[in-house]
Each structure stands twice: as structure tokens, then as C-alpha cells.
Design a binder for this molecule. Structure first.
Ligand code: ADP
Length: 595
């Protein structure tokens, strides 16, 4: 995200700099175009000012008065006439001065004759316009007046008579009015000669300064022609020569203390070896570029802001729509999920109820089946138990009959008493059988634990005898517990039968039954049934009390014994805890509440 913002800012910055550059180039191009136009106009004006009198010296060279004066320079009248004519020309041709020079350079007559700073008497042989014209050519020269100190454009023409060059007539044209116009126009304009010296300028302080430092010989040449008087010809801009390639350059100058880039353009005059140089500060172009760039940036920012606003609005709307859609989808999915879960729950409930029903039925059936199995065993036990007293009864009754026959009444009565006792014992055995077969559980009541333990042992005694296992009964069992007698005996029978099964192939064929009260006489009563078999297998530990869990071979175990026993124990408010005993074998503890 941050990277994207930086990239966007860089892109915008780059774009802005491009725009700024383009505007700047546009501004500068405009300045250039305007400058070229201006220069062309100014050059034309200067050209007109200098050309205006170009032909005049040629006409004056024919003037008889001048020829006469040159021929007879010592003739005061001839000189006076020449002076008059010169003065007349000066006044009517609108030039600053007109004068006449002899072939040796001395001025013999001048329009300013008689004035304090008259040229008369001065020798101008050092002036190039003189040397040029005395050599036969038209002399053109711009210089500061050697006498007056007033600059002017000199045009000189030789005066020839019979092929002999008598002298030279010179006019001096002032360009000061033009410079004044420049000053008024506000243009930073200067006319420079071929050496790069400013001859004429809108700003007078630029006069006789140079575009670039001059070579010493150049300075010497100018000095000898006394072209710019005694001026020291310093460069216009210190330390930065103004070099113009192709007539224009963009330069960093500090002109008149105003620093900044300047566009400097130059245009040459046709005939003269002069150039007009125009300085255009580019601050305006820069300000133009700055202003429009700022405007563009503000516009761009506003557009960007508006676009972002619109995009955000659209995105928000799209987000909201998507969120609403997602919510609706979620809701539908959730409803479907709830529906499915509800159905699954209903199905599970149905299955649970079905399982419960099956379990209840199975349990009742198993209870019955278990009871029937026990009944089978018990029937064997009972027949065994009853066989012995029955034999005894038959023997006792035979004996009683014989004793009565013998008249031994007391012995016969003892025998009869024994018969009675035997009958009672038999009745008890039968009674237990009846009670066990009863299906419904009776109410909880105090049950003498000892009697139940005895009855249970009795019920498994036969099986114990078969497999040669001793049942060792230990501990105090004269306590009463809260239970249903028949079902308590059922638990004990189950535990004993399991212990007997486990003892079948054990080294020590003994089952220990022990009654304890670990928390004292009023605490719960524990009945430990311990064998010396293999103990409870590790993977069976957690599943012992599950219905139908059995490790016994088919036909031998139903896996209901412990489940039912636990069920019953819990209905007494007690429980069965299973574990392995120290020294081998399993121990099942039936915990019962004290009555
Ligand atoms: P069943 O005796 O029909 O298998 P039980 O519920 O009585 O059903 O016993 C479940 C299982 O508990 C037995 O199959 C046996 O694996 C284990 N078990 C019960 N008593 C003992 C014991 N005294 N020693 C070792 N394992 C026992």
C-alpha cells in the first residue's frame, strides 16, 4: 500500500515536472519569438536612423565651397564660406555636426565653428572614418566625440578634384534620440560593435561596457582610434562573458543586480558591423510556468480528489452490496446448516430412542436370559443341594420308622426334628431360586450382607467345585446395606462367576471375597472379589462395563454381566470399581451404601 502511494506520488511528481518543463519551454519559446520580432523592429529603426543620412556626405563632397576651402585653406573667406555652408547643412539636414578635414587630418571648417568646443583645428587622422575615406572609400564609424565627448555616427566621404583627394567631409549623426526611445520602451537593448563594446544602450550605465573581456590588442586598437574616449571598457557582466551562438543564448546573468536567467538575442545590421543585443529576463516565463503548473497541480489534485471520492463511493457501494450478498448467502447457508443439523439431531434422537428401546428390551431380555442361564446352573446346584437332604430325609424317615417300631420314642423324636430342620433348609434353597427368578426389582431395604454373600457363594459353589477353585470368604459381613436382596445377590453371583472363569487356568485357584469398611463403621461397605488369574487386559480396562463387551469365547460370555451389575449397583446408590490387584489377578470392588 505504502509502496503504491510512493509510486503514485513519484508519478505525479514526474508528471508535474514534465508539465512545468513544457510550460517553461513554451514560455521561453514565446520570449524568443517576441524577442526576434522586437529585434527585427529595433534593427530596422536603427538602420533607418543610420541610413537616413548615408547619401548626404556624397552630395556634400561635390560642394564647391568645400572644394575651395580645401584648395585654399589659408583663405579666410573660403574657410568662412565653407563654415557657413556647413552650418546651413547641419541645421537643415538634422545632423549634429558637419566638418571638413584636410588630407593631413586637420579640421579646417566645421558647422560648430566659433563655438568653444569647435572641431576646427583638431586633427582626426587617428579616426578610421578619416583613413577609410582619404583612402577613397566611404568611412563609417561610430565613436564618442573626441572633442565634445558626445557619441555619434560619423560618415565621411573624400573630396576629390582632378583625381586628387583634397580632404574629407564628415557628418556626425546623433543616435541619442533613438537611445532615448529605447529607454522609454523599457527594452533592455544595446547596440554593440564588432568587438562587443556597447555603443548605444537603453540603460546609459551599460555604455562602453563589453559583452566579454577584451584582448589587450583589441583594447589598444580602440584606444588608438579613441573610439570610446578614455573608458576602461569593463565587461558588462563580471565573470560571465556573454557568448551568443547563432545569435541567441539563455544565460544566467545578474544584470543591474537583478539575477536570473536571461534570454540574450542578437541581430546584425546589414551594412554596419554592428549587432543589436536584446536581454529578456526569463523570470516572466518561469512565473508563467510556475503559475500554470500550480494551477494544473491544483486542478489535478481536485480531479484526483474527486475521482478518489467517486471511486470510494463506488467501492463502498460495491463493498456494501457484496457484504449484503455475502450476508444473505451466509444466512441461507446457515439456515440450511441449521436445517440439516436439526434433521441430523432428529435422526440421532430417533436412533437414540430406538437404541434405548432396543437396549431396554435387550436388557430385560438379557436379564431374563442371564437369569435363565443362572437358573440352569442353579437348577444343577439346587438338585445337588436337594439330593443330599432328600437322601438324608429318606434315611431319617426310615430310621424314625424303625425307632418307633423299636419303641425308642426319644430317638425317633430327634430323628423327626432333624427331618424338620432338613425340610426348612430345603425350603430356603427353593425360596432363593424363586426370588432370583422374579423379574421386577424390589424396593431398596436394609439387607444383611453376610446372608447375601453366603447365598451367592452357594449359587456358584457347584461351578467352583467343577473347576477346583476355592472361594475364600473373609472380613466382617454382619453389616446391613441398602439394597434389593435378590439383585444384590445377582451382582455378587456375576462377580464370582467372572472370578471363577478367570481362575480356571490360574496357578492359584482361589477367589478371595472380602468385606471392608475403609471409612469406618458408618462409611460405605466394600466387597472385594479378587482372583489370581491374568487380570484385566489393558485394552479391556475402559470397556468392561459396556453392554455386550466380552473377551470370552462365543457361547461362554454375553458381555452383559458387568453392565447389568453396574446398573444395579448404581440403582443402590453404589458402584463397581474394577482394577488389577498387586501381585496379579483382577479385583472387582462393589461399593455399597451403609444402611
Ligand atoms: P462376560 O462375562 O459375559 O464376558 P461380563 O460383563 O461379566 O461379561 O464381563 C465382561 C468382560 O470383563 C469379560 O469378558 C472379561 O474380559 C472381563 N472380566 C470380567 N471379570 C474379569 C476378571 N475377574 N478377570 C479378568 N477379566 C474379567
Amino acid at each position: 500500500m505504502a509502496a503504491a502511494v510512493i509510486a503514485a506520488l513519484l508519478a505525479v511528481g514526474y508528471g508535474v515536472s514534465l508539465v512545468h518543463g513544457a510550460l517553461l519551454r513554451h514560455g521561453e519559446a514565446e520570449a524568443y519569438r517576441h524577442g526576434q520580432q522586437r529585434l527585427a523592429f529595433l534593427v530596422a529603426a536603427l538602420q533607418t536612423a543610420t541610413d537616413r543620412h548615408d547619401r548626404l556626405p556624397k552630395l556634400l563632397a561635390r560642394e564647391r565651397d568645400f572644394i575651395a576651402a580645401l584648395r585654399t585653406p589659408d583663405d579666410p573667406q573660403a574657410i568662412a564660406r565653407a563654415n557657413e555652408t556647413l552650418s546651413f547643412v547641419q541645421t537643415n539636414a538634422d545632423v549634429s555636426d558637419v566638418f571638413l578635414i584636410e588630407a593631413d587630418g586637420d579640421t579646417i571648417a566645421a558647422s560648430n565653428f566659433g563655438q568653444q568646443d569647435t572641431f576646427v583645428g583638431h586633427n582626426f587622422s587617428f579616426r578610421p572614418y578619416f583613413s577609410d575615406s582619404i583612402a577613397g572609400r566611404t568611412g563609417r564609424f561610430y565613436a564618442v566625440g573626441a572633442v565634445t565627448g558626445v557619441p555619434g555616427y560619423f560618415i565621411a566621404e573624400p573630396i576629390v578634384e582632378d583625381g586628387r583627394r583634397l580632404g574629407v567631409v564628415v557628418i556626425k549623426v546623433s543616435l541619442a534620440p533613438l537611445a532615448q526611445l529605447w529607454t522609454q520602451s523599457g527594452d533592455a537593448i544595446a547596440a554593440v560593435d564588432r568587438s562587443g563594446v556597447v555603443m548605444l544602450a537603453a540603460d546609459r550605465s551599460w555604455l562602453y561596457r563589453t559583452l566579454a573581456p577584451l584582448r589587450p590588442e583589441e583594447i589598444e586598437r580602440l584606444r588608438s582610434a579613441r573610439q570610446y574616449g578614455d573608458d576602461d571598457l569593463r565587461p558588462l557582466v563580471r565573470n560571465s562573458p556573454i557568448v551568443l551562438d547563432e545569435g541567441a543564448a539563455r544565460l544566467d546573468l545578474a544584470l543591474d543586480g537583478a539575477p536570473g536567467p536571461y534570454l540574450v538575442q542578437a541581430l546584425s545590421l546589414d551594412r554596419l558591423d554592428w549587432r543589436l543585443v536584446l536581454f529578456t529576463p526569463l523570470g516572466e516565463a518561469r512565473r508563467f510556468a510556475d503559475t500554470w503548473t500550480s494551477f494544473a497541480v491544483v486542478l489535478l489534485a481536485a480531479a484526483g480528489f474527486a475521482a478518489a471520492l467517486v471511486a470510494t463511493r463506488f467501492r463502498h457501494r460495491a463493498d456494501r452490496r457484496r457484504a449484503a450478498e455475502r450476508l444473505a448467502r451466509l444466512k441461507t447457508e446457515l439456515e440450511a446448516e441449521i436445517d440439516r443439523a436439526g434433521q441430523a439431531l432428529a435422526e440421532r434422537n430417533r436412533k437414540l430412542r430406538e437404541a434405548e428401546r432396543i437396549l431396554t428390551e435387550t436388557r430385560d431380555e438379557a436379564l431374563q436370559a442371564g437369569k435363565l442361564a443362572a437358573l440352569g446352573q442353579m437348577a444343577a446346584g439346587i438338585s445337588h443341594e436337594l439330593n443330599q437332604p432328600l437322601t438324608a430325609l429318606s434315611t431319617l424317615s426310615d430310621n424314625a420308622a424303625a425307632l418307633l417300631d423299636r419303641g425308642d420314642a426319644p430317638a425317633a423324636r430327634r430323628n423327626l426334628a432333624l427331618i424338620g430342620a432338613t425340610a426348612i433348609r430345603m425350603g430356603r434353597i427353593v425360596g432363593q431360586f424363586k426370588a432370583f427368578a422374579r423379574k421386577n426389582a424390589g424396593p431398596l431395604e436394609p439387607v444383611a450382607l453376610g446372608a447375601s454373600v453366603g447365598a451367592a457363594i452357594l449359587m456358584v459353589e457347584n461351578r467352583a467345585r467343577e473347576i477346583g477353585v476355592e472361594i475364600a470368604h473373609d472380613g466382617r459381613d454382619d453389616v446391613a446395606v441398602l439394597a434389593d436382596r435378590v439383585r444384590l445377590e445377582q451382582i455378587l453371583v456375576n462377580l464370582l462367576r467372572n472370578a471363577l472363569d478367570a481362575s480356571e487356568d490360574a496357578d492359584l485357584k482361589r477367589v478371595d471375597l472380602c468385606v471392608r469398611q475403609p471409612e469406618g463403621p458408618s462409611g460405605p461397605v466394600c466387597v472385594d472379589v479378587r482372583d489370581h488369574g491374568r487380570g484385566i487386559a489393558e485394552d479391556a480396562v475402559g470397556r468392561l462395563f459396556e453392554p455386550f463387551f466380552t473377551t470370552k469365547p462365543e457361547g461362554r460370555g454375553l458381555g452383559l454381566g458387568l453392565a447389568l451389575s453396574q446398573d444395579i449397583a448404581k440403582s443402590f446408590g453404589g458402584e463397581i470399581v474394577a482394577g488389577n490387584a498387586d501381585g496379579g489377578g483382577a479385583v472387582f470392588t462393589l461399593v455399597l451404601a451403609r444402611r
